[in-house]
Design a protein around this ligand. Structure first.
Ligand code: NAD
Length: 372
């Protein structure tokens, strides 16, 4: 069976779903691999590298493929080029793209969504949300360090001592912990805050100081964060204000599953920061943790410049593609049986990822929305 690697065509998407290093693994597993010309260009990978790894580079890759892999979901025009029964693996926020779900159902396509990989131990190697959050957290730290007109690390010189930067990180999931670790490696003093009980220990394990506000933890199903009530949000903002006012750089990464990102920092709180300070809001394109942040833009609030993230993993397309491609190849291997590509729909991971199959919508939340 042929696996096709689609050239991404969404503005700002520089990643690619497969890197040359992983082509031999698919070939050894019995697949042929075809890549659309220029698919790797954004990630600084040439067509020749794919050819040298054993892939065929052809514009027609999609029409003869049994499986098409991409980062962003294929647009409806390109879905029409696939043969009935073909499968796709990509990010696919199905509940927000119901028209495309219906098109996929009508075209008898099997669609697997990378963001629906369940967060169980067995699926960790396939968890693209985590791998891309790791890249975003790293990038957030580098952006903060690059924009701050101060040293991140302590420097003791004959001309005197340069003090380390003070960084506060709000939200200590995968991205926040990576931001903490990266800021620490650059020498900053880092304080972190998260509403989950386990987070304080995780922040300390990265070399950060865990901020204790004395508020009850906010945990829901599976130990994930719950949404704040307005009363709790007010208390939390009030207690965090002095930490933020004292920070040279603030990085926010908070998210709540299935909800808009919580507003953690008001413009009034940012205004208390010193002239020249930097705010990096990684949640800017999912609602924003910082009031007034603009996805993909930089705005000045008081003395602070506020950088809003948009498609942040794509800003480090090489490593983001390598990690994503490894996640995708692990998914393909899970779905490979003795006779090739044969997803076992009774497997928890396969079932969770499946949006459409054999003319049906299989993803319950999406099905409910379509029925309304
Ligand atoms: P995420 O991207 O969904 O959210 C980022 C963080 O924001 C979370 O830690 C959350 O607690 C925090 N947050 C939410 N509301 C907040 C608020 N009001 N104030 C401060 N912080 C707030 O998180 P994530 O990276 O998906 O990680 C969440 C948890 O899932 C972690 O415990 C992580 O270890 C775990 N996880 C497990 C797996 C797995 O088992 N395969 C994979 C990835 C993550």
């Amino acid at each position: 069976m042929l696996i096709a690697v689609a050239r991404e065509n969404q503005t700002g998407e520089a990643r690619v779903a497969l890197v040359p290093e992983l082509v031999p693994k698919l070939i050894t597993a019995g697949y042929e691999v075809a890549v659309q010309p220029g698919a790797g260009r954004g990630a600084m990978i040439s067509d020749e590298e794919y050819t040298a790894a054993g892939a065929l580079v052809t514009e027609d890759a999609l029409s003869s493929a049994g499986l098409v892999i991409s980062v962003q979901p294929l647009d409806p025009d390109r879905l029409g080029q696939l043969t009935a029964g073909a499968a796709t693996v990509s990010f696919f926020p199905a509940t927000q793209r119901l028209t495309e779900v219906v098109i996929r159902r009508e075209l008898q396509l099997t669609s697997f969504a990378m963001e629906s990989v369940p967060r169980i131990s067995r699926a960790q190697t396939m968890d693209a949300l985590s791998s891309q959050a790791l890249v975003a957290g790293y990038r957030a730290a580098i952006v903060a360090a690059g924009r701050l007109r101060k040293f991140f690390g302590l420097s003791m010189t004959a001309a005197g001592t340069v003090p380390p930067a003070q960084v506060v990180v709000l939200g200590a999931g995968v991205a926040g912990l990576q931001a903490i670790a990266t800021c620490r490696r650059l020498g900053a003093v880092v304080k972190g805050y998260d509403v989950r009980t386990a987070a304080a220990e995780e922040i300390r394990s990265m070399g950060g100081v865990a901020i204790e506000l004395g508020l009850p933890p906010l945990e829901g199903a599976g130990g994930y964060a719950r949404e704040m009530t307005e009363e709790r949000a007010l208390q939390q903002r009030e207690l965090l204000t002095p930490y933020i006012a004292a920070a040279d750089a603030l990085i926010t990464t908070a998210a709540v599953p299935g909800r808009q990102a919580p507003l953690l920092v008001t413009a009034a709180m940012v205004e208390q920061m010193q002239l020249g300070s930097v705010v990096v809001d990684l949640a800017a394109d999912s609602g924003g943790n910082v009031e007034g942040s603009v996805p993909g833009g930089v705005v000045q609030i008081g003395g602070a410049q506020v950088w809003g993230g948009a498609g942040v993993p794509s800003q480090m397309p090489g490593p983001a593609s390598r990690l994503y491609a490894q996640n995708v190849v692990n998914v393909i291997m899970l779905m490979t049986g003795e006779r090739g590509f044969a997803p076992d729909f009774s497997d928890e991971i396969v079932a969770s990822m499946c949006i459409t199959h054999a003319g049906e919508v299989r993803h319950q939340p999406t099905l409910t929305l379509i029925a309304q």
